[in-house]
Design a binder for this molecule. Structure first.
Ligand code: GPW
Length: 816
């Protein structure tokens, strides 16, 4: 066998690269794999046949990747995440396999356009928001940087709910994303795993630390994987997703025969419910038993798979940590820490200290929040019932840990209480973030400010104990998906400006655009790209300032502040219809957790305000409010290229990083924002004169809260603010928003009123800049030029060098 052509050894032909050859394979896929003919093929048959044909183009790279990785027996990166928002697959895989052009020609044989087929591609919505999309950008960049890696997750039957507006409010429908099948997925039933729940533990004669766990419920985990190709390289990694199934024994044939149909399948239904649906909450903890079951299911299946893979090439447990790094995407997969201890101690019979030393060196933890309500804790009694052996292990980890603390800080009982993995309140609870810090080698936040605040606040005691463990890795985004695929016009212009498209995996090269920021012809084309993108989006007048706030709905993100600005603009225009107003289209998009009533009320008010403005002939020529339904990755890819202004207005100290802020700046939108999360780093890079800053900083905000904040003072003092709130109270917007006003005047947890005036001032600066198109265009170009740092390729280089200590493994090209 040629060293790297795995097909030659078994006499397989190479897949052709010409249009004719691609077309042959497409027709063959349609005929043999879909079992239909061109004459009778449905649109979906065409889609599936194309997807399979493109997938085949990546299969050989995948085989060579697996072989190269196996041969080099490297340290593997395993990314554990409860969420992945991968986005639509067809366009990406056409790009990454370099078959876009031939495919566009070849599909003509099916009598359809490529666009028509792409419109059938359904995105797997297996995540909520930023955290899930980050996971997708990171696996993209791991492949692009040739890092041997597997992403592990759950294959939810139902992804994030579909949002629609009903009478101006959010309605939710289930997202049966794989209803038509999913051609991108490779099932691997041979790699299924068995997972236990409930039951009890028994002592093992002759051993102090080992125990036998006798589970009360057994569930099967069946994996399938999706391909994750790198861009501009040979590597194709995978994301492996687990689906829960009942075992054969879970179907009760005798009951079925007796006509008890529901009872006959109830055990299987119970098992399958584990991967039935994604929990649709974002940045809030939801302490439900099924969620802990999902977390354990993911971790148990993945760890057994990781161990299986380790043992393919290694036999000594002493090498495990050197060959394995498991990155925990927030605390959701933290139960993997006691699970690895259980496997090593109980099943593989390592002694506790060796097992603990391996475990600690195997894991690293990324924290994505500072919000107390997002820090996961689980009632001890729930753990005791669901995972009795894990609770025993956690107790022992905690005991030994607290001894370490006691040795360092003798007699400091307060510190012991604060740091304990078990929180003693009305109800004893397991603190997952503490377990994650204790059981890992490295802990990181996701932007400079976030990492600093983690060390100074929520994890301060841990940072005192282990200062070297704490790091920062600023988030990033994939320039392939969020520039090349989302904004092809801009990508082409950048490529022309730079002379080649090497910037797509070397994003700092965008800095070369700086020399074009004053070039009149280039500026004109830059403006034309933005305008064409706005025409495509068709949200409003393409010559108006397109002002976008696209993100999950949460009070800390402060959509309500944007809305107060809109109401004030509305009132100003009404009072002075002849004024020289800057026409704006204000576009909101985002989902609210179904049980988050305050957030849903804000959506309702946005739509009521939008309707009032639309019905007002005096104001509507200048102001339009649009709510785009069902925000997801696909919709983000349409909105971001069309945005002029990016709203990043969270209360400082609350948004861990943000990643939409990076995508928008990269696409030439200017940011109006607070000193929060990665906004600070964006501003530092694009230049403060190219960023509209407002509001309290994180320390000032904390001080205001400590001194006793009274939102009413702002209301009394600021007549425009008062007028906006009074209009809501008076029912001017269909009676919507009264609860919001009550909460803003009552306590205003996120200091909306305190930042209102400063925000309006910043918006006036925005309009001054907008009135000078040359100034705005220059600022826009400089935003793109200086956003190169925010590539997820850089993020991965940081993780690889400072946290994982892994090197790339080059996958050889196929023999020529
Ligand atoms: F609360 N993030 C998210 F930290 O999208 F777990 N969902 C979540 O449940 C959490 C965080 C959690 C987001 C952060 O809010 C955002 O600031 C950050 O950019 C993103 O995670 C990726 O790090």
């Amino acid at each position: 066998m040629g060293p790297m052509d795995l097909r030659q050894g078994i006499g397989l032909r190479r897949l052709g690269t010409t249009t004719d050859e691609f077309q042959q394979d497409l027709l063959s896929s349609l005929y043999y794999r879909r079992g239909t003919t061109v004459e009778s093929a449905s649109a979906h048959d065409a889609y599936d046949a194309l997807a399979l044909t493109v997938r085949d183009r990546l299969a050989d790279r995948r085989a060579r990747t697996a072989a190269a990785h196996y041969a080099s027996n490297p340290r593997w990166v395993y990314y554990l995440s409860a969420e992945y928002l991968l986005g639509a697959q067809l366009e990406q895989n056409l790009l990454y396999s370099g078959t876009g052009e031939v495919a566009a020609q070849a599909v003509k044989a099916l009598g359809r356009s490529l666009q028509e087929i792409e419109d059938l591609d359904v995105e797997p919505g297996l995540g909520n928001g930023g955290l899930g999309r980050l996971a997708a950008c990171l696996v993209d960049s791991m492949a692009t940087r040739d890092i041997p890696a597997v992403g592990y997750g759950i294959r939810y039957d139902f992804g994030i709910f579909k949002q629609s507006l009903e009478n101006g409010g959010q309605a939710e429908r289930p997202d049966d994303w794989a209803f038509q099948g999913n051609p991108w997925e490779f099932p691997a039933p041979d790699d299924r795993q068995t997972v236990g729940f409930y039951g009890h533990t028994e002592p093992i004669a002759g051993s102090q630390t080992r125990k036998r766990w006798v589970p009360g419920e057994i569930v099967l985990g069946e994996p399938s994987h999706m391909l994750v190709p790198g861009y501009g390289t040979e590597t194709v990694n995978i994301v492996r997703l687990w689906r829960a199934r009942g075992s054969e024994a879970s179907f009760d044939l005798s009951r079925f025969s007796a006509g008890q149909y529901a009872e006959a399948v109830q055990e299987a239904v119970r098992a399958e419910n584990i991967s039935k649906v994604l929990y649709p909450d974002d940045s809030t903890e939801l302490g439900r038993e099924l969620r802990l079951k999902q977390q354990y299911f993911l971790c148990s299946c993945s760890l057994r798979d990781i161990i299986r893979r380790f043992r393919l090439r290694n036999s000594d447990w002493a090498d495990f940590a050197a060959k394995t790094i498991i990155q925990l995407n927030d605390t959701h997969p933290t139960i993997a820490i006691p699970e690895l201890m259980r496997l090593l101690v109980d099943e593989y019979e390592l002694d506790w200290d060796q097992a603990w030393s391996i475990t600690r060196r195997t894991f690293a933890y990324t924290c994505h929040t500072l919000l107390p309500e997002a820090l996961e804790t689980w009632p001890v009694h729930l753990f005791e019932r669901l995972l009795p052996r894990h609770l025993e292990i956690i107790y022992l980890i905690n005991l030994l840990f607290l001894r370490e603390v006691e040795a360092r800080f003798p007699g400091d009982n307060d510190r012991l209480r604060r740091m304990s993995i078990i929180g003693e309140g009305d109800e004893r609870r397991v603190r997952m973030a503490h377990l994650a810090v204790v059981g890992t080698e490295a802990v990181n936040g996701v932007a400079e400010l976030h990492s600093k605040l983690l060390r100074e606040t929520v994890l301060q005691d841990f940072a005192d104990l282990w200062p070297a463990k704490f790091q920062n890795v600023t988030n990033g985004v994939s320039p392939r998906r969020f520039v090349k695929l989302a904004n092809p016009r801009l990508a082409d212009l950048i490529t022309e400006g730079l002379g080649d498209d090497g910037w797509l995996n070397d994003l700092e090269r965008l800095a070369e655009l700086e020399s074009l920021a004053d070039d009149a012809a280039f500026m004109e084309r830059w403006r034309a790209v933005k305008r064409a993108n706005k025409v495509d989006l068709a949200a409003g007048d393409p010559d108006s300032l397109t002002d976008v706030m696209i993100k999950r709905f949460h009070e800390y993100k402060r959509q309500q502040l944007k809305l107060l600005h809109v109401i004030t603009m509305y009132q100003r225009i009404r009072q002075n219809p002849a004024g020289d107003w800057v026409p704006r289209t204000v576009l909101f998009a985002g989902k609210a957790a179904p049980a988050y009533h305050a957030a849903k009320n804000i959506i309702r008010l946005i739509n009521a305000v939008g309707a009032t403005i639309a019905a007002d002939p005096v104001v509507s020529p200048y102001l339009k409010v649009v709510f785009a339904e069902n925000y997801n990755v696909t919709l983000a890819e349409r909105i971001i290229p069309a945005a002029d202004l990016s709203e990043q207005i969270s209360l400082a100290g609350k948004e861990a990083s943000g990643t939409g802020n990076m995508k928008l700046a990269l696409n030439g939108a200017l940011t109006v924002g607070t000193l929060d999360g990665a906004n600070i780093e964006i501003r530092a890079r694009v230049g403060e004169e190219n960023f509209f800053l407002f509001g309290l900083d994180a320390y000032q905000a904390a001080e205001v809260q400590i001194r006793g904040y009274n939102p009413r003072e702002h209301y009394e003092w600021d007549t425009e603010l008062k007028a906006a709130l009074d209009a809501i109270t008076a029912g001017r917007f269909d009676g919507a928003g009264r609860e919001l006003v009550d909460s803003l005047l009552g306590w205003d947890e996120y200091l909306t009123l305190a930042d209102y005036r400063s925000y309006l001032d910043a918006q006036e600066e925005v309009e001054r800049a907008w009135r000078d198109p040359a100034r705005w265009t220059r600022m826009s170009i400089l935003n793109t030029a200086h956003s190169g740092f925010f590539s997820s390729d850089r993020t991965i280089a940081d993780y690889a060098a400072r946290i994982w200590r892994v090197a790339p493994v080059t996958v050889p090209k196929e023999d020529q």
